[in-house]
Design a protein around this ligand. Structure first.
Ligand code: HSE
Length: 431
């Protein structure tokens, strides 16, 4: 296992939490193999942390390697590769922009930054010709961005549908399997360490929306930001929705869906009912999976662990090896291709099917009046199911495809009707 005489490549690690610690361990444990695979040894130049004295378990590095000055570490002339596993917009953007502008290779897992202001990083990388790799930013261990960025670059991707948030997939899988409500399933996810103390980013869909923006940008050669992604979380999903889905042969999943249509690109994150026979329906627990459809390749499925120290570190290490090889070869890869610059479609234009549950008065003419509202907005009803509840009834309406704008207008009118006590839930149905 020789390094063919190349001098060591110096790695600056920004952040040493769950993922960073695993990166350090893997760099140490696999040093010989990595040297052979790259053609030069990797050497940790420094690890920037906020609290150097914090207990990080047994890490195979001397205490002197830790610094509290990430920018100084990034600016060091001997550093070749900057690895960022801190997250957040600032100061990460400042560190990474500085690294890229000075020609250092960057490996980052920072989905929030890439989704909010990926342009700044991509532009800095393009100007200096530096590498910017971010496989760990979406779906943890799953090799997904490289296939989108390289393997499928000769094809036209038409749709990406994914389960890209493990916390919400765990919660929804529990709700579907046990009939539990959202709060009960969230409590269980928290107790098992799948949900963070503040689960907002996961359960409200912000985490998935950032990942959706990154996936759509790569898939459609168009810059899509987090703000371009329509987002709904899972906090309003009820046990009744899950039961109603089951009665239709469906399960409820938090999906990210990125479509290329003749009118542009549409990217959204929301809970949806999908048939139990859909490949994503069987993705349970905290696993992630992404289903890609391309004109020539057809359907492709990527599945694996989307979070956790070791799985995410695997993706980071893969990127480190790639950028290290590029440095030795004196080349770099394009971090994005946004030439297509497709129009971002507003949610109102999206066409899908809907499941609407209404609490209504149970008396003559109600069904006709409700059906009339759907008809007035051009929303065609596929099925209606009514169950009595004393003087009231629950009406479950499933529509044929309609635009989101037409459905929203329908729901707004239903909400204003005296005979409709409540629009209990509205959920999209994807096939
Ligand atoms: N919190 C994320 C999830 C993992 O639950 O999938 C990191 O992106």
């Amino acid at each position: 296992m020789s390094n063919r005489g190349n001098k060591p490549l110096k790695v600056a690690l920004l952040g040493c939490g769950v993922v960073g610690g695993e990166v350090v361990r893997l760099l140490h444990e696999q040093a010989e193999d990595l040297t052979a695979r790259i053609g030069a040894p990797l050497e940790l130049a420094g690890i920037a942390v906020r609290r150097p004295g914090r207990n990080r378990g047994e890490l195979p590095v001397p205490d002197s390697i830790f610094t509290t000055d990430p920018l100084a570490l990034v600016k060091r002339d001997d550093v070749d590769i900057v690895v960022e596993v801190v997250g957040g917009i600032e100061p990460a953007r400042t560190w990474l922009t500085e690294a890229l502008r000075s020609g250092k290779s960057v490996v980052t897992a920072n989905k929030a930054l890439l989704a909010e202001d990926g342009a700044t990083l991509h532009d800095a990388a393009a100007e200096s010709g530096a590498d910017l790799y971010y496989e760990a930013a979406v779906a943890g261990a799953i090799p997904l961005l490289r296939p989108l960025r390289e393997s499928l670059h000769g094809d036209t991707i038409t749709r990406v549908t994914g389960i890209v948030n493990g916390t919400t997939n765990y919660i929804l899988s529990k709700m579907c399997a046990t009939g539990a409500g959202f709060s009960e399933a969230l409590d269980e996810a928290t107790a098992l360490g799948y949900a963070e103390a503040d689960p907002t980013a996961d359960v409200e869909g912000f985490d998935a929306a950032a990942k959706a923006a990154i996936l759509a940008s790569l898939a459609f050669h168009t810059r899509v930001t987090g703000a371009d992604v329509y987002r709904e979380g899972i906090t309003e999903v009820t046990a009744a929705d899950v039961a109603s889905a089951a009665a239709m042969g469906c399960v409820v999943k938090l999906l990210c869906i990125a479509d290329r249509t003749e009118n542009g690109v549409a990217v959204r994150v929301h809970p949806a009912m999908i048939p139990s026979t859909h490949p994503l329906a069987s993705v349970g627990d905290a696993f992630n999976a992404v289903f890609v459809e391309a004109e020539a390749a057809g359907q492709l499925m990527f599945y694996g662990r989307g979070a956790g120290g070791a799985p995410t570190a695997s993706a980071v290490l893969g990127d480190i090896v790639a950028v290290a090889r590029n440095r030795i070869a004196g080349v770099s890869a394009r971090s994005e291709s946004s030439y297509a610059d497709l129009r971002i479609q507003p949610m109102g234009e999206i066409v899908t099917r809907y499941h609407i549950s209404l609490d209504v008065a149970d008396k003559a003419g109600v069904l006709a009046a409700v059906a009339g509202v759907f008809a007035r907005h051009g929303v065609s009803i596929s099925t209606v199911k009514q169950s009595g509840r004393g003087n009231d009834a629950v009406l479950v309406v499933v529509t044929h495809t309609a635009t989101d704008a037409a459905l929203a207008a329908t729901v707004a009118e239903l909400r204003g009707m005296d005979m409709v006590r409540e629009v209990a839930s509205v959920m999209r149905v994807e096939s």
